[in-house]
Design a protein around this ligand. Structure first.
Ligand SMILES: [Zn+2]
Length: 455
C-alpha cells in the first residue's frame, strides 16, 4: 500500500465517523455513547468493557446514566429555548425540574458562552446534582429578573453501565503503548470525537502489522473512563510504556505536543522528532498547559505512565491572549480555540486533510517507537572501520569522521539509538543505518527498551 492511498483512506474513515456521530447526544454514560462505540465497530472489532454504576474506581465511582427526553423555558405561550431546538441548550446531566420560577432565580441556572455571543455553550455537572440551561447571549437577554417563567427538564439518572471501547493491535512483546481518545462530548467534534476518528484510522493502518509493542486504543468517557480502566487493570500499568492522547486535530493549525509530567521521558523527544520530519516545525509545551484530558489520568500520582497529548491548538496565540488577561489583572485562560465547548465545534470546523495528516504523523511516531533500541557493545578497542566499509575520510568529511569515533563510546547499554543520535547531534535515521551495519557485523547487540526505562 502506498503512503498516498493510506492518507486518503485515513481521511475517509475520519470523515465517515465524524459525519455519523457528530450530531449525537454522547454523554458520559448514555445510550448515545453506546451507539457511538457501536458505530466504531464498523471498522474495528472493539472489545466493550462495562462497569456498573457505583463501581469504586480508586477515589471515584462509576456515575449513573443520564437520559433526557425534553426540556424548555417558556414565558406564557412563548418558548424561549428548548431541547428540541438544540440538545446543548440543556446542561449535561441536569437533574429533572418542573416549576414556575422568577427570572431572577432562573438566571442562576443559565450559562452563556464567554467568547462567542451566538454560541450555545456546552456545560455539564456530572457529580454535583444541578440543572441548567445553555443560552445564546440574545436568549439570555429575554429573561428578565422580575418576570415569571415556566421551566421543565424531563430527564432521569438511572443505574446502568459505563462502557469503554478497547482494541489492541497485538505485538510480539507483553508491553503496551496506549492511544487515548474520548467521545463523550455531545454535538462536538474537535473536542474529542476527531481524536477517536483518527485513532480508528491509525488502528486500521497498523492492524496487519506485527509490531513489538501491543498498541491498545481506548475510546472512553473523558477522565472517568480512563480512571475506571486503569483502576481495573493495575497489573498492566508497569507494562505500559507510554500513552498518547489525541484531540482537536481537525483544526487548521500545525500539530503541537504537550509533554509528559516527567520531562525526561523519551516519548517527548520521539514526538517532536516525528513532528519536525512531517511538518518542518515542532513545538512542545509543558504537561497540563495545552489540553488536560485522559493523558493526565495515565500520568497521574501512583500511575506515572509518561503520557503526552497531540493537538492542533494554536498555543502561541493562546499564550499571547493569556498574557493580555494577566496584564489586565484577570485570572483566566483563553480557550484552545474560539468555538471550544459550544455547538459551533461542529462538522463545519473540521479540516479532514489535517485529520488525515495526523494519522500519517501518528504512524511515523509508531515507527520511531518500534525502531529505537539500546545498542550494546560487543567489540573491544576501536572498531577497524575500513574493514567494515565504515571509514570516513577526515579530509572530505571531518565532522562525520569524528562522530564515528565518538559513537563507539556511546554503546555501553545506557543510551538508546535515539539518544545516541541526540548526543552526536545526528539524524536518528542516519544513526540507525550505522548501528544496523554494526549489528550485521556482530559488533553490537540490540536490546529492547522496556517500560520504565525513562520513567
Ligand atoms: Zn472538553
Amino acid at each position: 500500500m502506498t503512503q498516498a492511498f493510506d492518507t486518503i483512506n485515513s481521511q475517509q474513515i475520519a470523515e465517515d465517523i465524524v459525519t455519523q456521530l457528530a450530531n449525537s447526544n454522547r454523554n458520559l454514560v448514555s445510550d448515545e455513547f453506546e451507539e457511538g462505540l457501536d458505530y466504531l465497530r464498523k471498522y474495528l472489532d472493539l472489545n466493550i468493557l462495562r462497569y456498573k454504576t457505583g463501581t469504586p474506581c480508586w477515589t471515584w465511582n462509576v456515575p449513573r446514566k443520564w437520559r433526557i427526553r425534553d426540556a424548555y423555558i417558556k414565558q406564557g405561550n412563548k418558548e424561549i429555548v428548548s431541547f428540541k431546538e438544540h440538545p446543548l441548550h440543556v446542561m449535561s446531566y441536569s437533574i429533572p425540574v418542573e416549576s414556575k420560577i422568577k427570572g431572577e432565580e432562573l438566571l442562576k441556572h443559565v450559562f452563556v458562552h464567554n467568547h462567542i455571543p451566538e454560541a450555545i455553550p456546552y456545560e455539564f455537572s456530572f457529580y454535583k446534582p444541578r440543572w441548567g440551561f445553555c443560552l445564546t447571549h440574545a436568549q439570555k437577554k429575554e429573561i428578565r429578573p422580575g418576570e415569571n417563567y415556566e421551566v421543565r427538564i424531563d430527564s432521569e439518572l438511572v443505574d446502568d453501565h459505563l462502557s469503554i471501547g478497547e482494541y489492541t493491535v497485538r505485538g510480539t512483546s507483553d508491553e503496551h503503548i496506549f492511544f487515548l481518545s474520548h467521545i463523550d462530548h455531545p454535538y462536538q467534534v474537535n473536542d474529542g470525537l476527531i481524536g477517536a476518528a483518527v485513532h480508528v484510522a491509525l488502528a486500521k493502518r497498523l492492524e496487519n502489522e506485527r509490531p513489538y509493542y501491543n498498541y491498545t486504543f481506548l475510546f472512553v468517557s473523558e477522565t472517568i473512563g480512563s480512571i475506571t480502566y486503569l483502576s481495573h487493570h493495575e497489573d498492566l500499568i508497569p507494562k505500559i510504556r507510554y500513552a498518547v492522547f489525541v484531540e482537536m486535530v481537525g483544526l487548521d493549525n500545525p500539530l503541537v505536543l504537550q509533554r509528559s509530567y516527567k520531562e525526561q521521558a523519551l516519548i517527548n523527544q520521539y514526538a517532536l522528532y516525528a513532528m519536525k520530519k512531517r511538518q518542518g516545525e515542532s513545538r512542545g509545551y509543558p504537561f497540563l498547559t495545552v489540553a488536560g484530558n485522559d493523558e493526565k489520568i495515565f500520568d497521574s500520582p501512583g500511575v506515572g505512565i509518561p503520557a503526552i497529548s497531540i493537538t492542533r491548538i494554536d498555543q502561541e496565540k493562546r499564550l499571547r491572549e493569556n498574557r493580555e488577561f494577566q496584564v489586565r489583572g484577570e485570572y483566566r485562560s483563553a480557550p484552545p480555540y474560539p468555538e471550544y465547548h459550544s455547538h459551533l465545534d461542529n462538522v463545519q470546523l473540521v479540516n479532514y486533510p489535517k485529520a488525515g495528516e495526523t494519522v500519517d504523523y501518528l504512524y511515523d511516531l509508531v515507527r520511531v517507537l518500534e525502531e529505537d533500541f539500546i545498542p550494546v557493545r560487543k567489540f573491544k578497542g576501536p572498531i577497524f572501520l575500513s574493514k567494515y566499509d565504515l571509514w570516513i575520510d577526515w579530509r572530505t568529511d571531518l565532522e562525520m569522521s569524528e562522530k564515528m569515533l565518538w559513537l563507539m563510546y556511546l554503546l555501553e547499554g545506557k543510551l538508546t539509538a535515539f539518544q545516541v543520535a541526540q548526543e552526536l547531534n545526528m539524524d536518528f535515521q542516519k544513526v540507525l543505518d550505522i548501528l544496523n551495519r554494526l549489528h550485521e557485523e556482530g559488533l553490537i547487540e540490540k536490546r529492547k527498551i522496556h517500560a520504565g526505562f525513562d520513567r
